[in-house]
Ligand binder design. Structure first.
Ligand code: UD1
Length: 347
């Protein structure tokens, strides 16, 4: 399938395209000449993000507000939009919430994926790139983590990702017309260079960088550092942060490399940063003080998570090259331009 963009401007369905990673990927795909159709139920995405995608790409991106379990809506979309491949971002993603509401997480994440696959089958669309997560490695035995490392979930969110990976493997094994990529994201951060598209978490951010940005912009008083007694150089957790635009480019590379079967790829940089390094670097790029206090470890957190991205580098011809400074600069640009995210958005 390589080189497809030279020939036909194909139409790609982006589920969850009004969300953080889906919206950035929609921009990257559109810039590459693909026609974009977004389906999103807006449970966590914003209709403003769709407008911003249209403006940034100067294209008429199609948008359907629908739940993926609505088979009638999906059938109409597949029957009318001429879709040839799917990028599947839609899903619930808050770890803590998944522990409290496991049924909801299995219902939504598995139910919507099953419904989507069945609709694809009915309409003879058999290419899909799936948003998986480095969380499928659980607490890794060694780092950097390669795709052959053992997998295991520590919470229902992670287990829903693992189960979907297994479902896709089974479906691919049943019929060699199916082509799947499982993209295991490490820690996506950053924003579009325009500062007009970025992460806009509902409520209190669970993840470090959105929280740090909200402190820097004055929405919250201080960051809580979850433990300084890890076995890491400064005692705080180390993660492989990856710029969301690099991640978006990884989806393009995966789409263009699809082939029969089901293959997993790590999308990360291979380089780590600690919590304190993220806080310090944010102070530098924002010119604002970022106060913090040290609190207990967060249950379920691991010391170090680092990707071995060799497989994606070699087989997809893709590499994440934006630095931590660029990631935090772009996150800050978005946060300072739109302190309340899409809520009070003005052009
Ligand atoms: C978390 C999820 C992971 C999910 C990923 C999505 C957990 C346990 N893991 O990963 O399943 O795929 O988000 O991006 O929730 N930290 C603080 N203070 C904060 C927030 C975080 O010190 O307010 C620390 C954490 O302890 C960790 C690092 O910052 O060391 C990164 O945390 P976070 O951004 O939440 O990502 P992960 O925990 O790696």
């Amino acid at each position: 399938m390589s080189g497809r963009w030279f020939t036909v401007k194909e139409t790609v369905l982006v589920t969850g395209g009004a969300g953080y990673i889906g919206s950035h990927t929609a921009v990257a795909l559109s810039e590459r000449g693909y026609r974009i159709v977004i389906v999103d139920d807006l449970s966590n995405g914003s209709p403003v993000a769709v407008d911003v995608i249209r403006r940034l790409t100067d294209t008429d991106v199609a948008f359907h507000e629908a739940d993926l379990t609505d088979t009638g809506a999906l059938d109409r979309i597949f029957a009318t939009e001429g879709i040839s491949a799917v990028l599947h971002f839609a899903g619930l993603k808050a770890v803590g919430e998944s522990v409290a509401l496991p049924l909801r997480y299995y219902q939504v994440n598995l139910g919507s994926t099953m419904s989507l696959l069945e609709a694809m089958d009915r309409h003879d669309v058999r290419q899909l790139v799936f948003s998986s997560s480095a969380t499928v490695y659980g607490d890794p035995e060694t780092v950097p983590i390669s795709e052959t490392a053992p997998t295991g979930a520590t919470n229902p969110y992670g287990r829903s990702k693992l189960i979907i990976e297994d479902i896709l493997r089974d479906v691919a094994a049943s019929d060699d017309r199916w082509q799947f990529c499982l993209l295991r994201y490490f820690n996506p951060v950053g924003a579009h260079a325009s500062g007009d598209l970025g992460e806009d978490p509902a409520g209190i951010p669970n993840n470090l960088v959105p929280f740090v940005m909200q402190v820097a912009v004055g929405r919250r008083p201080e960051v809580q550092v979850f433990g300084t007694d890890y076995d890491t150089p400064d005692g705080t957790g180390v993660r492989d942060y990856i710029h969301v635009v690099d991640l978006a480019d990884g989806h393009l590379a995966a789409l263009e490399a699809l082939e029969p079967g089901c293959e997993a790829f790590n999308l990360g940089t291979g380089t780590g940063a600690s919590v304190l390094e993220v806080i310090d670097a944010t102070s530098l790029v924002s010119g604002r003080e970022v106060p913090y206090t040290v609190v207990e470890r967060r249950p379920g957190d691991i010391a170090v998570s680092l990707a071995d991205p060799t497989r994606a580098n070699d087989r997809l011809g893709w590499r994440a090259d934006r630095s931590l400074e660029t990631m935090l600069h772009d996150s800050w640009n978005w946060q300072s331009k739109h302190p309340m995210g899409f809520e009070d958005y003005e052009d």
